[in-house]
Design a protein around this ligand. Structure first.
Ligand SMILES: Cc1cc2nc3c(=O)[nH]c(=O)nc-3n(C[C@H](O)[C@H](O)[C@H](O)COP(=O)(O)OP(=O)(O)OC[C@H]3O[C@@H](n4cnc5c(N)ncnc54)[C@H](O)[C@@H]3O)c2cc1C
Length: 533
């Protein structure tokens, strides 16, 4: 590319090429504005990508994120995305950690079977009804809040008045989640199933006064107005490919191998690495997290960023990708592995275990047993496997381990730390299976086992996700406080920084966490207002 092009001025320059950046680029370009996306890696998508992790094995796995809930239908329709999301019949299976020969299967197509499994495990014929009532209790909040996520921010007081249920508002938004769970549910195991939604990538516990578990829980129950988590057909890479196609078709320029080293508050973006240069933007949108942006702004002369302890990113998970020769056998004779592994399979995630794991990790120990959840994508969508693998009965398995804050691996020998977490994850899973997982793992042509762990340190190194925080920092309530200024378009859309021409457009935007496109959509709306339509 000619140097003249490299120093061009655009209406909008987007730093980082994650899925949110692509959403923003597509909206901005469709409005006839010039826009360039600058991505450091040789591909776009960030944490929303599919890859073939094992050489010579035709399995295309969602390497990081894997389920979709928060991506609004309006964004899919506006951008004409060819994305198919499939609902899972079995929402979850939870073997009893004390006796894995029975477990709770939540089968959305068979209430009687669901009820029977709750009764077997909890000894109560009414716990299934309590569990259903608990889910129904959050439904009005989901229906009210989700449509507002693609609108300018509402005030908290306005939403509270609209909900017209002060008790529910207090339970979800003012008191630690543990109290609501204890009131609504009788069993430790059912309380744990619900509590996991508050601990995804978030280091917290049931009664955490910071309410970070409540915020994480909220984002897990409002998606699509129902809280369902659907399977993206073709894997998460398909979501990104469609977004990239839509952005380019609208005229956006996507540059890979573009490592941004500084951003000035007036829109000068400097590139380093193999393709140095300078790009100017009337506006700069940060698809990178706020912590990365702060570093880039400092390098661009904006002065040192204020370090606010409560806003520091810290991921708290380990992700394990596995290819299986076949599904492992269960100890529970009432459930088939095909049903159990199709939904979210909870391992050692009672409320007591989740809280004990938090305490262990706070002391610096890897929780034992490690609370985790697994799910087999290929049971719902076999297209991610080559024909031969499919015919052989192979299945992909994703394991997401909780309560492993970045501090447990930070500064350690990463090979040792990764191996320790992988071992803990396997041991935990084995504790509820009828045979060791290792006996079912597929072998690559070079003889190695098809299993890989991605720690928070791996995410930091490969994706620039600071401290492996999958949401780029602590999640925020999806509304504005009553005294918060909403004077500028960036403030109204929840994407403001301290600099008027620099906006947040990634997961770190007010409502941006997860694969939702919300950060990108809302930054694009603010940018178009600022640019004059
Ligand atoms: C293991 C894991 C599992 C998850 N599971 C789910 C799930 O199932 N469902 C869900 O909804 N969410 C899930 N998430 C969260 C979700 O994936 C993220 O919140 C989301 O993908 C973030 O998207 P983004 O576009 O905001 O940023 P990112 O995906 O973080 O993209 C940022 C991009 O910026 C680039 N970059 C960084 N620094 C620079 C620089 N200096 N110059 C240029 N480019 C730079 C990076 O390479 C990256 O491509 C998961 C995340 C992880 C890590």
């Amino acid at each position: 590319m000619a140097d003249a092009d490299r120093s061009r001025t655009y209406d909008v320059v987007i730093v980082g090429g994650g899925h949110n950046a692509l959403v923003a680029a597509a909206y901005v370009a469709r409005a006839g504005r010039s826009v360039v996306v600058l991505e450091r890696l040789d591909h776009v998508g960030g944490a929303a990508v599919s890859e073939r992790p094992w050489a010579g094995v035709d399995a295309h796995v969602s390497r990081y994120s894997y389920l979709v809930s928060l991506l609004p239908r309006a964004i899919i329709d506006d951008l004409g995305l060819g994305i198919r999301l499939v609902r899972r019949r079995y929402s979850s299976y939870t073997p009893d950690p004390g006796d894995p020969s029975s477990g709770i299967l939540v089968d959305t197509a068979d209430a009687a079977a669901t009820g029977a499994s709750f009764a077997r495990v909890t000894g109560s014929t009414s716990e299934a009804d309590r569990f259903a009532a608990f889910s129904a209790r959050t439904a009005p909040v989901a229906r009210m809040l989700f449509p507002t996520t693609t609108e300018p921010l509402r005030r908290g007081s306005e939403l509270r008045a609209r909900l017209a249920d002060d008790r529910l508002w207090a339970d979800l938004f003012e008191n630690p989640l543990g109290s609501m769970l204890r009131t609504a549910l009788d069993s430790d195991i059912a309380r744990g199933i619900a509590l996991t939604d508050g601990l995804i990538g978030t280091f917290s516990y049931a009664d955490d006064p910071s309410l970070r578990q409540n915020r994480c829980f909220l984002y897990h129950v409002i998606g699509g107005g129902t809280g369902d988590w659907d399977v993206p057909v073709g894997g998460m890479g398909q979501v990104t490919s469609e977004l990239a196609r839509a952005a380019e078709a609208a005229g956006a320029e996507l540059r890979t191998g573009a490592d941004v080293v500084s951003v000035s508050p007036d829109g000068v973006v400097e590139l380093g690495g193999e393709h140095p240069g300078t790009v100017h933007g009337r506006l700069v949108l940060a698809g990178v997290g706020p912590a990365v942006l702060a570093r880039l702004l400092e390098a661009g002369g904006a002065g040192a960023a204020e370090d606010v302890a409560g806003a520091r990113p810290e991921g708290a998970q380990v992700k394990v990708n596995i290819l299986l020769r076949r599904l492992p056998r269960l100890r529970d004779p009432h459930v088939t592995p095909e049903a159990a592994f199709a939904g979210t399979f909870h391992i050692n995630e009672t409320m007591t275990q989740l809280d004990a794991s938090h305490a262990a990790a706070s002391r610096g120990d890897i929780p034992d047993p490690l609370p985790a959840e697994v799910y087999c994508h290929s049971l719902t969508d076999p297209t991610i496997l080559g024909a031969e693998l499919r015919a052989s009965g192979a299945q992909t398995m994703t394991l997401f381990g909780l309560q492993v804050p970045h501090r447990l691996v930070d500064g350690k020998d990463q090979d040792v730390a990764r191996a320790a977490l992988l071992e803990a994850a396997q041991r935990s899973l084995d504790s509820v299976l009828a045979e060791p997982l290792a006996d079912c793992v597929y072998e690559a042509p070079d003889g190695s086992a098809c299993i890989e762990a991605r720690t928070t340190a791996d995410l930091d190194a490969s994706l620039g996700m600071v401290a492996g925080d999958i949401f780029h920092g602590p999640l925020a309530w999806p509304w504005a406080a009553d005294d918060e200024p909403l004077d500028t378009p960036a403030q109204r859309w929840g994407v403001a920084t301290a600099h008027p021409n620099v906006l947040v457009c990634g997961s770190g935007a007010r409502r941006g966490g997860a694969v939702s496109g919300l950060g990108g959509h809302n930054a694009a709306m603010a940018a178009l207002e600022l640019l004059g339509g």
